[in-house]
Design a protein around this ligand. Structure first.
Ligand code: NDP
Length: 360
């Protein structure tokens, strides 16, 4: 089957999860590409866990291109509290959508996994063929197992029925629409919020958990959306494709960068008594480079744009903009969202600016 036009032409494109960080970025990217507004449905009107409802939707709407960016996403605490839902909801959402897409003649589907599918001690930078070569990070194995089942489902439908599904494995993402919650945000938005609030409150120091030495990789979500459209147009294959920058930095370097961009002038401290997590998590991006895609948004530019977005949208941003007095104690926010083990590790290990420290 020839490559589709990624939804930029006559295709009837459905973006599942359009209100999320990734789904919203894909909708924006389609708009930039001149595509008609894609098909989207609010969750109350279509719960993707309901097989019959999903089938009825595909039967009625007949999309020809599907971006599957809907998932139950959450961190350590959420994974620990709701392992059944993390496994069940993600299995149900992806099974229902992939099956209905095949059954109702979708030409091409994009499935999103994540770097947490790889073994926790995979050789760095992580190549796609590291999949299923070792034990997973236990803190989010429920989510990772579901994601692995999703990509295997895509491969099985391709092998048996020639269904044209491709699987992208993004690294840690950030950008507009991110989750800035104190309870389950990623390391990068959490740092933005903490330095911002510390600046507003005139606090003398911000303490980051861990030694600051673990290394992580970050990709702006608009770059990911750009990669998604590019691969939908130019990639046909069963093999996974990592999507990242291939460049990592230490949590200490990241914290210093965010501190500078936010304009916080207090001290940045680390608490090495807190765990560091995996020392390094970075994707090998040779395959996506060979497919003609490279990231464009530099980390400093991306953080600056995200910080601007946060300041302009703080009230409507997920997680909102609490006043410093409303910060939750560490014990209430040990989770990592998006279920990525690298994010889990870095956030769990490195974001513990205590309310007491902030108020000091
Ligand atoms: P978000 O939580 O931001 O968005 C998830 C979306 O899924 C939301 O729009 C949500 O709807 C929707 N959704 C969840 N459950 C249901 C349901 N039962 N029925 C219908 N819709 C549902 O997640 P992200 O955008 O961050 O993640 C999207 C994908 O990208 C996931 O597969 C994730 O694994 C992957 N990814 C994300 C990374 C990251 O760093 N964020 C990194 C690597 C991969 P609603 O808005 O109503 O809640």
């Amino acid at each position: 089957m020839p490559a589709t036009d990624a939804g930029a032409g006559a295709a009837r494109t459905y973006v599942a999860g359009h209100r999320g960080l990734v789904g919203a970025a894909i909708v924006r990217a389609l708009g930039r590409a001149g595509a008609p507004a894609p098909l989207t449905v609010e969750r109350p009107s279509l719960d993707l866990r309901e097989a019959a409802a999903v089938e009825a939707f595909f039967a009625a709407e007949r999309p020809s291109v599907v971006y599957l960016a809907a998932a139950r996403v959450g961190g350590i605490r959420a994974n620990a509290a709701y392992p059944a839902e993390f496994l069940h909801d993600n299995l149900a959402i992806q099974t229902n959508v992939i099956h209905a897409a095949w059954r109702f003649g979708v030409q091409k589907l994009l499935f999103l996994g994540s770097s947490c599918i790889y073994p926790r001690l995979a050789a760095q930078p992580i190549r796609e063929d590291a999949l299923l070569t070792g034990p997973l990070e236990p803190t989010n194995e429920w989510y990772a197992i579901a994601k692995i089942a999703g990509l295997k489902l895509c491969q099985a439908y391709r092998r048996q029925y020639g269904f044209n599904a491709i699987c992208l494995m993004p690294t840690n993402l950030y950008g507009p629409g991110d989750n800035f919650s104190l309870e389950d945000s990623h390391v990068l938005p959490a740092l933005i919020r903490r330095f911002h609030e510390a600046r507003l409150a005139g606090l003398p120091e911000v303490t980051v958990w861990g030694s600051g030495t673990p290394r992580r990789e970050f990709l702006h979500v608009d770059d990911l959306a750009d990669a998604a459209l590019h691969l939908m147009a130019h990639y046909e294959g069963a093999e996974l494709v990592n999507v990242g920058t291939g460049v990592d930095l230490s949590i200490g370097e990241l914290a210093s960068l965010v501190k500078r961009i936010v304009g916080y002038e207090g001290r940045l401290c680390f608490d090495p008594s807190k765990p560091d997590g995996t020392p390094r998590k970075c994707l090998n991006v040779d395959r996506v480079h060979a497919l003609g895609w490279r990231h464009r948004i530099g980390l400093a530019d991306g953080i600056e744009a995200t910080y601007r977005w946060y300041v302009e949208h703080a009230r409507e941003a997920r997680g909102g903009a609490a006043q410093p007095a409303a910060l939750a104690p560490d014990s209430e926010r040990d989770g990592a969202s998006a279920g990525e083990s690298d994010v889990v590790a870095s956030r769990r290990a490195n974001l513990g600016t205590t309310a007491a420290t902030l108020r000091a």
